[in-house]
Design a binder for this molecule. Structure first.
Ligand code: PAF
Length: 252
């Protein structure tokens, strides 16, 4: 795998790949089987696959959450190499924000709901960095997990509104055997919290209504930000200690 850390190096390289289809898997690292399933799909559907690892400071609404976000570039590079990803774009924070984050992408409808209401500024930071990554990498297609469902909707909306020449693909959420959606943040759960966390997807998928699920989660020791039915889905965000988990399931 070719690791590119400088924007100018990627731009020079990109010119040599003009005849290739490129699949892009953007990540914040600490990679797991969910990310690898996106890479596997990209490899099937494109000549070349590019992953990025960038823990984007502007999408964290709390400094401690940014500091404590799990990181392990060495293990990530080994995993991406084993999965035959062709390129890794691994920029440093100051390279991505030469403007000091004075230029931003905002959306003022979907971004105000659910996650947006609980994490002010999160979606502006996320959309801004995704636009930068798409502009830099110029992929044919990009791959996003459905676990971050609101993020996926917003990226699709941005791509459509700004006429970006990229196809956005949604990939089904990967789950552990007990149903917990795979997430880099799961690594921070204690063994007891990890056992408890499985109640979250179990209740989301149950026949209970949103208010009943909320009450049940609270009685089990979760802090509940929301359980809400929207976009033919049931979406939820909860915390165990300082670890926040989000998930969603299809509602028919
Ligand atoms: O879903 C993520 O990991 C991030 O929000 C993304 C899309 C890589 C942007 O930083």
């Amino acid at each position: 795998m070719n690791i590119v850390t400088k924007i100018s190096d990627w731009q020079a390289l990109r010119k040599t790949l003009a005849n290739k289809t490129i699949g892009f898997v953007p990540t914040m690292g600490y990679l797991h089987a969910g990310h690898m399933s996106l890479c596997a799909r990209s490899r099937q559907e494109n000549d070349l696959t590019v992953a990025s690892i960038f823990v984007n400071p502007t999408q964290f609404n709390q400094a401690e959450d940014f500091q404590s976000y799990p990181r392990n570039n060495e293990a990530d590079i080994a995993l991406l190499t084993a999965h035959q990803v062709d390129y890794l774009f691994l920029p440093e924070a100051d390279m991505m924000y030469p403007d000091g984050y004075e230029v931003r992408v905002t959306e003022d409808q979907v971004s105000q709901l659910l996650e947006g209401a609980h994490r002010p500024g999160h979606f502006t930071g996320m959309l801004t960095v995704v636009l930068k990554l798409l502009n830099l990498l110029q992929p044919t297609q990009a791959y996003f997990g459905e676990k971050d469902y609101q993020q996926l909707l917003l990226i699709r909306k941005m791509v459509s509104a700004l006429f970006l020449p990229v196809k956005i693909n949604a990939c089904e959420t990967m789950r552990a055997a007990d149903g917990l959606a795979l997430s880099s943040r799961n690594a921070r759960l204690t063994p007891a919290q990890r056992l408890q966390a499985a109640h979250f997807p179990r209740l989301l998928q149950s026949e209970l209504n949103a208010a009943q699920i909320t009450a049940e989660l609270i009685s089990l020791g979760f802090k509940v930000d929301y359980i809400m039915d929207q976009w033919q889905r049931r979406l939820g965000a909860v915390s165990l200690g300082d670890i926040r988990l989000i998930d969603n399931v299809v509602r028919v």
